[in-house]
Design a protein around this ligand. Structure first.
Ligand SMILES: *Cc1c(COP(=O)(O)O)cnc(C)c1O
Length: 384
């Protein structure tokens, strides 16, 4: 899905080199494949990068979200407020715990992050937690959201899948709430294939996360292998959400490239603003005055009202340019549209009907950006 030779400019692309190949070869030679020393190193590196005290590597970003809510004890009869303008995993994690996902609107056509006012209005006596999602890597209004959560006694979990390297007031995203959840899926800013991470500062939460990651078992295979433990107890119902050494080895190398690659994404995003303003001034480019520093995960634009988006995307495809939509809103999916609570989701509805995501990856050139902008102009000029 990520890199396809048929596209002149794909939506996203990975940055792999010999470093990754050598790291993988080393793991294979060691013959230790499940979670061990390489994973511990990856977790330590990620802690250092984010400034979080505790880091728990897991099998994917969805598992990270599920573990985070489980660690908070979210269960049936609880409500968790989530954005509808997100990947479905954000709400699914709530449903895995048997709780209800209550959707809240985003701020505006310029700021596609969850609205603190909408969160406030969605709170009921059953509300236990809020999941925020830093759309495109652009930080949510965490000052307002954490203040509200504190005042109302709610937990905050950050879906930071887009926000690898994003920060607000020099605090890495994922360290503002009780826990931060990351994904290393191939279209994210760094990848391990499948993979994810939970970060937190509370040692008790960290201990619970580690326990739940591995069947609720009181000791790990790695400890037993090193002769540290002979048996184990199962303290509660956990899962097998472990990462492995192969993916952790990739993660260590990918993390080293994250800062320069994000800087490149930021520069390309600025170029997009310049070229799109020239070619297609009628297109809205959100986040013109973002808070904090964005990881610039994706390049979302809003097409003019009344434009046939499907036709524009088809016209882009004809020109060899891959585009996407972030996102079809969760509250409109069949599984969610009856059962769940719908507040006023007017901004989400408008954005999701007009949003189109343009290619963005560190390997793009400025010429590629100019070409995408020119292609979008052609596609819009030909829209009927
Ligand atoms: C990618 C993503 C996830 C899920 O991550 P996986 O690793 O694919 O499970 C969750 N939320 C958002 C916003 C994402 O973009």
């Amino acid at each position: 899905m990520v890199s396809d030779a048929n596209w002149r400019i794909p939506l996203a692309d990975v940055d792999f080199g010999v470093e990754e190949q050598e790291a993988l070869a080393e793991v294979l030679e060691s013959k230790w494949l499940t979670m061990g020393a390489v994973t511990q190193q990856f977790e330590a590196d990620f802690s250092k990068f984010t400034g979080a005290a505790h880091t728990i590597a897991v099998t994917n970003g969805t598992a990270a979200l599920h573990l985070a809510l489980m660690a908070l004890g979210i269960g049936p009869n609880d409500e968790v407020i989530v954005p509808s303008l997100s990947f479905v995993a954000t709400a699914n994690a709530v449903r895995y715990c048997g709780a209800k996902a209550v959707f809240a609107d985003v701020i505006s056509l310029n700021d596609l992050t969850i609205s603190p006012e909408a969160i406030d209005q969605a709170i009921t006596p059953k509300t236990r937690a809020i999941i925020v999602m830093h759309y495109g890597g652009y930080p949510c209004n965490m000052e307002a959201i954490t203040a509200l959560a504190q005042q109302r006694g709610l937990f905050v979990v950050e879906d930071a899948a887009h926000a690898l390297g994003s920060s607000l007031e020099d605090r890495h995203m994922g360290t503002w709430g009780d826990m931060g959840c990351f994904s290393f899926f191939p279209n994210k800013n760094m990848t391990t294939g499948e993979g994810g991470m939970v970060i937190c500062n509370d040692p008790k939460l960290a201990e619970r996360l580690r326990l739940l990651r591995s069947h609720g078992m009181s000791s790990l295979t790695w400890d037993r292998h090193r002769g540290h433990a002979w048996s184990y107890d199962v303290l509660e119902l956990g899962y097998n959400y472990r990462i492995d050494e192969i993916r952790s080895a990739l993660g260590i190398k990918q993390l080293k490239k994250l800062k320069p690659n994000n800087a490149r994404r930021r520069l390309l995003s600025e170029k997009y603003r310049y070229y799109l303003n020239q070619e297609t001034p009628e297109v809205i480019i959100p986040f013109d005055d973002p808070r904090g520093e964005s990881a610039c995960h994706i390049m979302p634009v809003l097409l003019p009202d009344g434009i046939n988006r499907g036709q524009v995307m088809a016209k882009m495809k004809e020109q060899g340019i891959q585009t996407s939509i972030h996102y079809p809103p969760i509250h409109n999916f069949t599984y969610y549209c009856q059962a769940e609570n719908m507040g006023n989701l007017e901004q989400t509805e408008t954005i999701s009907s007009r949003e189109m995501t343009l290619p963005l990856y560190p390997g793009m050139s400025e010429n590629d950006v100019a070409l995408v902008a020119a292609s979008l102009k052609i596609a819009l000029d030909n829209n009927t």
